[in-house]
Design a protein. Structure first.
Length: 99
């Protein structure tokens, strides 16, 4: 878990192109397009597809400002570690609306 947490935080820094401390779905998409193998490799190591990661970023945007924090990103990805499916995404939805 610690190894994945570190990798996700490192990936977050790469994704956070404007150094705002938050990432947007657009920033994630841009990184995946520019460095598809690097970003995809981190997600693949956790058995998370790139598509699921993009869905997760949208889902974690609980205040609908289109940005998520490093903690939201790491926690969300760790919850989906393994064979995440669209069902898993839907199970997270009620949690994302509690905030």
């Amino acid at each position: 878990k610690d190894r994945f947490t570190r990798q996700l935080k490192d990936l977050f820094v790469v994704i956070d192109a404007d150094n705002s401390g938050t990432i947007s779905v657009r920033e994630l998409e841009d990184v995946i397009k520019a460095d598809s193998e690097g970003a995809a490799a981190v997600f693949a190591a956790m058995d998370i597809s790139v598509e699921t990661a993009l869905q997760l970023c949208t889902l974690l945007d609980t205040d609908h400002d289109r940005n998520i924090s490093v903690d939201e990103f790491v926690e969300g990805c760790l919850k989906l570690k393994g064979t995440a499916t669209s069902t898993d995404i839907h199970l997270l939805m009620p949690e994302s609306h509690k905030n």
